[in-house]
Design a protein around this ligand. Structure first.
Ligand SMILES: Nc1nc2c(ncn2[C@@H]2O[C@H](COP(=O)(O)OP(=O)(O)OP(=O)(O)O)[C@@H](O)[C@H]2O)c(=O)[nH]1
Ligand SMILES: [Mg+2]
Length: 199
C-alpha cells in the first residue's frame, strides 16, 4: 500500500470517558497517534491520559477468503508480498474524546464513517447515563450505518457480563472485549468486522 492509498472503511470509535477507546486503537495499531493530555486527577485510582483531540489508527484487515475472519495487521507493517492473493481492506480507526461536552470534537470526526464502535466500561456503572447519551448521539448523528456496543474491560474482577452491559444501555447485544489482551482483542474485532463489513 502506498502512503496515499485511501482507506476502504472508516470506523468511528466512541463511548464514555475512560471506557478504553484509545487503548483499543493502540492495541490494533501500535503506530496510532493520539492527541491527549494527562488526567487532571486520577480517575478510579488511575493517573492516565484523556483524549482531547482524536486517536488515529490504520490497519489492514487481511482475509484469504471472503468468509474468513482474517487477521489484523498494523498498516505500517503490511507488505503485499506477504499476503499474495488475499482480500485486503484498509481501515481507518478514528477515536474521539469521551466526555459529553466534547461533542463538538466528535461532530468534526463523523464524516464518511462506515461503522461505529461504542465502548462501555463493564466495570463502571457510574458511566451508564453517559453511555446512554453516547448511544443516543450515535442514533441522532448516523443514519444507515451499523454500530456495535462493546462491553470493555472484561478482564476486571468488577466487570459485569456483556449481557448486563447490554441491559444498562438498552440494546439487544454487547460484545465483550479486553483491550489489554491484544490477541483476544484482535480476534474479537476480526469477527465483528466480518459480520459488519464482509460482502
Ligand atoms: N483492566 C483493563 N483496563 C483497561 C482496558 N482498556 C483500557 N483500560 C484502562 O482504562 C483507562 C482508560 O483507557 P483509555 O483507552 O484512555 O480510555 P478512553 O475511552 O480513550 O478515555 P477518554 O479519552 O478519556 O475518553 C486506562 O487506564 C486503560 O489502561 C482493559 O481491557 N482492561
Ligand atoms: Mg481516549
Amino acid at each position: 500500500m502506498s502512503a496515499l492509498t485511501p482507506y476502504d472503511y472508516k470506523i468511528f470509535v466512541t463511548g464514555p470517558f475512560q471506557s478504553g477507546k484509545t487503548t483499543l486503537i493502540h492495541t490494533l495499531d501500535p503506530y496510532a497517534i493520539s492527541i491527549d493530555r494527562p488526567l487532571p486527577r486520577p480517575y478510579r485510582g488511575v493517573s492516565g491520559t484523556t483524549t482531547t483531540g482524536f486517536d488515529l489508527g490504520r490497519i489492514a484487515w487481511v482475509r484469504e477468503e471472503e468468509l474468513d475472519d482474517g487477521i489484523i495487521v498494523p498498516r505500517n507493517d503490511y507488505t503485499p508480498e506477504d499476503h499474495n492473493g488475499c482480500i485486503v481492506k484498509e481501515i481507518e480507526l478514528r477515536g474521539v474524546p469521551g466526555p459529553l461536552h466534547f461533542k463538538f470534537v466528535r461532530d468534526t470526526m463523523r464524516n464518511n464513517s462506515n461503522a461505529v464502535f461504542l465502548l462501555v466500561d463493564s466495570s463502571d456503572p457510574d458511566m451508564i447515563e453517559d453511555a446512554k447519551s453516547h448511544l443516543q448521539e450515535v442514533h441522532l448523528s448516523f443514519h444507515g450505518i451499523p454500530h456495535v456496543v462493546f462491553a470493555s474491560k472484561q478482564d476486571r474482577h468488577d466487570a459485569v457480563s456483556p449481557e448486563e452491559v447490554a441491559e444498562w444501555v438498552g440494546v439487544d447485544e454487547a460484545i465483550g472485549i479486553t483491550t489489554h489482551d491484544a490477541q483476544a482483542c484482535r480476534s474479537t474485532i476480526t469477527r465483528v468486522l466480518r459480520s459488519l463489513l464482509a460482502s
